[in-house]
Design a protein around this ligand. Structure first.
Ligand SMILES: [Fe+2]
Ligand SMILES: [Fe+2]
Length: 166
């Protein structure tokens, strides 16, 4: 009997029913992550300088530290993309701007929440491919992204949101 060839490559699923992870797919996803790290660098560099109001001076200096950590993250992700045989992207995700300090902090918080969601998924995806060292590096990034999330939520006077609640 002839085998059916109606199932396209892109919808292949693994034993768990989830789309099968491939090296090429992981490179694409890590490039998305890299574009988000660039976005975070730009946002933290700019926002740390334009925050207005005495109440926000502490968070402004924390944002400067975040900027440096996001640069480290970008270097780590770019290195892993190169290791996997891909080419690191040169394009950041767009960065929003506002005159309102609280809005700026909210943009950062929203981005951190999305980044945490992505890295949580990425750890599992790396493990599916047996890329345990990359998974380990991403776990360390996740710890720092969660610290960023807490700093921002604290500055906004809210509880850190649960990134798993969509
Ligand atoms: Fe980061
Ligand atoms: Fe971050």
């Amino acid at each position: 009997m002839a085998r059916s060839s109606t199932t396209p490559q892109s919808t292949k699923t693994g034993q768990d029913g989830k789309p099968q992870m491939t090296r090429a797919k992981l490179i694409d996803l890590l490039n998305e992550d890299l574009a988000r790290e660039y976005q975070a660098i730009i946002a933290y560099v700019v926002y740390s300088q334009v925050l207005k109001g005495a109440a926000y001076m502490k968070i402004a200096s924390e944002l400067e530290l975040h900027a440096k950590q996001e640069l480290e993250h970008a270097l780590i992700i770019a290195k892993q993309i190169d290791y996997l045989g891909g080419t690191p992207t040169v394009d950041p995700k767009p960065v929003k701007m506002s005159d309102d300090t609280k809005e700026l902090l909210q943009f950062d918080l929203d981005n951190e929440i999305q980044t945490i969601r992505n890295y949580r998924e990425r750890v599992t995806q790396c493990e599916q491919l047996g890329e345990f060292a990359i998974a380990e590096l991403l776990r360390k990034l996740l710890v720092e992204e969660q610290d960023h999330e807490i700093d921002l939520a604290t500055a906004l006077g809210i509880d850190p949101p649960d990134p798993s609640a969509r």
